[in-house]
Structures are given as structure tokens and as C-alpha cells.
Design a protein around this ligand. Structure first.
Ligand code: E4P
Length: 219
């Protein structure tokens, strides 16, 4: 399973990269705004800075919602660095844009996926990734894991190479469940990734080992 971090915060991206398990980064306009990154030049420079930290897979989202605008923006983003994956919203013109980028060999991440039908359409258009949003589905009481399972079945039935990128991850349990049901990638905040480390029996066990060692050493 690939691990992406879902943030535009450079310090957190570096921390995850230093852990040695990071495969990429996803951003969105809200995450960029949270870091105070505004203005076209600053936004493009920030993507370049992210690309300097990680090895590959930096999802950069277009703001336009019309076909021509998405193509123009996506081409500018893709020209920044070969690590860029153009993130396109799940709308009609977005599907056309994904088809265009796919024909040009530019990788795409179709975002805001909330149904298996949307994922199927994006896969047919040639999306590299589809991003079903788990946490937001959980928030409305919908079956987020069921959606991942359905997409997995559909993609396997037809051999689609599009990868399922489980997004809107809120905790470590989300990551483990998505791994069990066959998501190819997960993107979550640093806290969810670090959450995988935690178990009270590990903490207690280590404390006991160190205490026994100190006692035996006469400390
Ligand atoms: C995906 O690429 C999105 O950036 C993200 O996962 C959205 O998550 P949220 O629901 O926590 O905002």
C-alpha cells in the first residue's frame, strides 16, 4: 500500500519523508489556504518546494471548473516537475480533462469521489488515481468501506489500472481497514500515519524492558 500525506505543510511533509515510508503528497485548495499560500506564483513555488522533499506523486489541484481552464492550469502544473499529478474534480469537464491528460501521458488524480459510478467513469477516462473520501462519507453516516470494496470489485473485474486512493482519512483504523479491503493508496494527515505506531502494550512493554535492564545494571 502506498502512503501519501494529505497536507501542504512542509515541516510535516519532511517529518513523514524522514520516517522513510512516504510515497507521495496530496494537497487541495483548502490545505494550501490553511498554510497561507495564495497567489499563482506562490502556489507554484510551494508545489516546487514539496517536489524537492518527496520522491514522487505530488497531487496539485486545478481551481478551474471548465475544460479549457483545467487543461491550461493542469499543463502549467505538470510542467513544474515530473513528480506532479494533476488533481481534477469529479465533474463533466473534469472527465474530459482526465481523458486529455491521459492521452498526453500526464498523471491525474480524480478527486471528490463519493460513488462507485464516479470511480468507474474516471477509470474509463484514464485517471491514474481516484480519490474516494472516506471521512466525509462517515460524517454523513454512509458506508465508506463499502464504497472502497465496490470500486475494488469493479476495477478488478475489468482490469482497470486506475489506483484507488483512499482519501479523507481521519485515523489509523481507517488506514488499516483500507489496507484490508484493497485500497492501493491512502492519503491522510501525519497524525493518522503516526497513529499506526501506537499501542499501549508496546509502551508498557518497552517501559518494563528498560526498567528491568536498569535494575539488573544496578542503576
Ligand atoms: C484528498 O486528496 C483530499 O485532500 C483530502 O483527503 C480531503 O480530506 P478531508 O475530508 O479531511 O478534508
Amino acid at each position: 500500500m502506498k502512503f501519501f500525506i494529505d497536507t501542504a505543510n512542509l515541516a510535516q511533509i519532511k517529518e513523514a519523508q524522514d520516517l522513510g515510508v512516504l510515497d507521495g503528497v496530496t494537497t487541495n485548495p483548502s490545505l494550501m489556504a490553511k498554510e497561507g499560500i495564495t497567489g499563482e506564483a506562490n502556489i507554484l513555488n510551494h508545489y516546487k518546494a514539496i517536489c524537492d522533499i518527496v520522491e514522487d506523486n505530488v497531487s496539485a489541484e486545478v481551481i478551474s471548473t471548465d475544460y479549457e481552464g483545467m487543461i491550461k492550469e493542469g499543463e502549467a502544473l505538470a510542467a513544474l516537475n515530473p513528480k506532479i499529478v494533476v488533481k481534477i474534480p469529479m465533474i463533466k469537464d473534469g472527465i474530459k480533462a482526465i481523458k486529455y491528460f491521459s492521452s498526453k501521458g500526464i498523471r491525474t488524480n480524480c478527486t471528490l469521489i463519493f460513488s462507485a459510478g464516479q470511480a468507474l467513469l474516471a477509470a474509463k477516462a484514464g485517471a491514474t488515481y481516484v480519490s474516494p473520501f472516506l471521512g466525509r462519507l462517515d460524517d454523513i453516516g454512509a458506508d465508506s468501506y463499502g464504497l472502497i470494496e465496490d470500486i475494488r470489485i469493479i476495477f478488478d473485474n475489468y482490469g482497470y489500472e486506475t489506483q484507488i486512493l483512499a482519501a479523507s482519512i481521519r485515523n489509523a483504523v481507517h488506514i488499516v481497514e483500507c489496507a484490508k479491503i484493497g485500497a492501493d493508496v491512502m492519503t491522510g494527515p501525519l497524525s493518522s500515519i503516526l497513529g499506526l505506531l501506537k499501542h499501549p502494550l508496546t509502551d508498557n512493554g518497552l517501559a518494563q524492558f528498560l526498567a528491568d535492564h536498569a535494575k539488573a545494571a544496578g542503576k
